[in-house]
Design a protein around this ligand. Structure first.
Ligand code: SF4
Ligand code: SF4
Length: 213
C-alpha cells in the first residue's frame, strides 16, 4: 500500500495557508462580466450562427448539394435541393437549396459544415446569442439564415446576369445585379411593371468591363 505523504508544516499553519489563497484572490483583477448590458467582442474567427451567402447580384450561392449536412457530426442540418428554372431562378447554376434548416439544439458550432461547402455558401458569423426556451425556435430556416441584401443586390428569384454563365460568378466577373432586374422581380411577384419594361430581364452588358470592376 502507498505511504501517506507526511505533512511537514506545524498544524497551526494550515488554516493560515488556506486564507493566504483567499487574500491573494482579493487583490487580483475581477473577472465579472456585465453581460448582457456590456457585450463582449468575440475573436474575429469565432464560430457563431451560420449564414447563407449571396453572389453580388443577390443570387444565392447554395447549390443544394447537401455536403454540409453529410459533414455534420451532430446531424443538425437538413437540406432539400431543387432545380432552377428560367422563370424562377435562385442560384446561377442548375440547382439551389429549396429548404435549408439548422437545428441549434443539436449544433456544436464545430465548423465542419463550412469546411465541406464547395461554394462558400455557408459561413459562420460572430453572433452567439442563440439560446431559446423553445426547441422549435432553435430550428433556423433558410429565410433566417440567408444573408441580407447589400448594395447592388436584388432579392431572388431572378435571372443570371445576361451574357454570363455560372463560371463567371465564381470568377468574380459579376459584381452587381443587371439593369432591369428589379422589374423582373416585380413582374414575377405580379406587381405592376413601370414604363420602360422593354428592359425586362436585364440588358446585355456592353463589354466585360461592365460586369467586372
Ligand atoms: S457547426 Fe458543426 S455541428 Fe453545427 S451544423 Fe455545422 S457541422 Fe453541424
Ligand atoms: S450550404 Fe454549401 S454544402 Fe450546404 S447544401 Fe449549400 S452549397 Fe451544399
Amino acid at each position: 500500500m502507498a505511504e501517506e505523504p507526511k505533512d511537514t508544516k506545524p498544524g497551526f499553519q494550515n488554516p493560515v495557508a488556506g486564507f493566504g489563497v483567499t487574500f491573494k484572490a482579493m487583490f487580483k483583477k475581477r473577472l465579472t462580466e456585465q453581460y448582457p448590458e456590456q457585450q463582449k467582442t468575440t475573436a474575429p474567427r469565432f464560430h457563431g450562427r451560420h449564414q447563407l451567402n449571396r453572389h453580388p447580384d443577390g443570387l444565392e450561392k447554395c447549390v443544394g448539394c447537401e455536403l454540409c449536412a453529410w459533414a455534420c457530426p451532430a446531424d443538425a442540418i437538413y437540406v432539400e435541393g431543387a432545380d432552377n428554372t428560367e422563370e424562377e431562378r435562385y442560384s446561377p447554376g442548375e440547382r439551389y437549396g429549396r429548404v435549408y434548416q439548422i437545428n441549434y439544439a443539436r449544433c456544436i458550432l464545430c465548423g465542419l459544415c463550412i469546411e465541406a461547402c464547395p461554394t462558400r455558401a455557408l459561413t459562420m458569423t460572430n453572433e452567439f446569442e442563440l439560446a431559446d426556451s423553445s426547441r422549435a425556435n432553435l430550428i433556423y430556416t433558410k429565410e433566417q439564415l440567408l444573408a441580407g441584401l447589400d448594395e447592388g443586390m436584388v432579392d431572388t428569384p431572378h435571372a443570371i446576369y445576361p451574357g454570363t454563365d455560372e463560371q463567371d460568378y465564381y470568377r468574380g466577373l459579376v459584381t452587381e445585379a443587371a439593369p432591369g432586374t428589379e422589374r423582373q422581380v416585380a413582374h414575377s411577384k405580379g406587381e405592376v411593371v413601370q414604363e420602360g419594361d422593354s428592359t425586362f430581364g436585364g440588358t446585355e452588358p456592353a463589354s466585360e468591363e461592365v460586369i467586372g470592376r
